[in-house]
Ligand binder design. Sequence first.
Ligand code: G3I
Length: 377
Amino acid sequence: MSSPPRAGIRLTRRRLLSGAASLGATSLLPAPGPARERIESLGALAADKGLLFGASFAVHELDAPHGSQYAQLYEQEVRLLTSELEFKLSTLRPDARTIDFAPADRLLAFAHAHGLPVRGHTLIWNDALPDWIKAIDPRGAGHLLDTHIDAVMTRYKGGVRYWDVVNEPIAPWDRQPGNLRAGPFHSALGEAYISRSFRAAHAADPAARLVLNEAFTETADEQGETFRRSLLALVRRLAADNTPIDAIGLQCHLAHRYRYDFARFTAFIDELASLGYEIHLTELDVDDRFETGSIAERDRRTADLYARFLAAVLPVRAIKVLSLWQLADHTSWLATTPLKGRGTPKPPPRPLVYDASFQKKLAWHAIADAFRAMPPR
Ligand code: G3I
């Protein structure tokens, strides 16, 4: 499959936006084919094999001093935008009376202007909640779930291709049946909050692709084993109940400090896929915060981890979407999340494919090589 000629279209739009109106009409024509071919991007390399490549995007970054470089990076590299904050209850529902659609509207406008489909992350998550939802009366939680999903999905019907309908349902440390994550929706409805969310989502936008998204399934340790076992059991129960789910999302926040057995993880993906679901790798990055050595050594180890991971999983043709969690190191959640009791990470983490000066890193080339080597889907 060859990639669509988006580079030429973008060039034309940029010329228009940068005052090209004063140029003659012929200079606004799309760039000829060969010029397009020279622009190599992860999005285009993935599309050549039928894989949709994207990254999470946060609209507030457009207001930063690096805003225009940030926008250009996404224009160039991705074919899919995942909202990092804009669709979360913490953003949309600051209080019981308000729905603040402004950040999500802005993200949709950016995506639309650049012809990018959107993954809406996330409708229901028993975490990252505003205080008023944490304290909600159990009788109000079911009503909120139904009306929230309906209001948000109706507003963006046709504009959001994929929805992470439920995020991170598993949390063994909460000691609930099925190892489910505790929280207001779970306390009010039990496990049924999950199928109820998907049914509400399907009713609101039957054409949208609905995803159950989970973290912590990759490691070779006991925690990884527990997450894999619990998620697989949950997905089997949901399938038996005919819950309308199209894809299982696996976040894939990798870290050098964890032990992996990627053959074991690939077998788990195969098992999920054999139940009839698409697989989306939704939040890939590599945490190098505890790595020592020079920047060059750290970057080499990180590129190597990306390469080993992708060489193991990408042969699975059920993987249709691969999304990084941001593209540049300084906009990663790892750069802004304090280390427990140790303040802001020092030195700054380098988890992604571009550095803080928007220069391509070894990890970019590792992913590009993996896309060139993978079988088409
Ligand atoms: O916008 C405010 C800012 O005004 C304020 O000064 C600052 C002070 O802390 O906080 C800013 O908001 C933070 C926001 O990130 C933007 O940086 C929130 O406090 C913080 O909670 C929020 O964290 C996000 C987190 O999810 C919780 O929503 C991360 O950016 C985001 O990357 C992270 O993403 C999660 C996925 O949703 C699920 N999987 C794991 C992944 C990484 O944790």
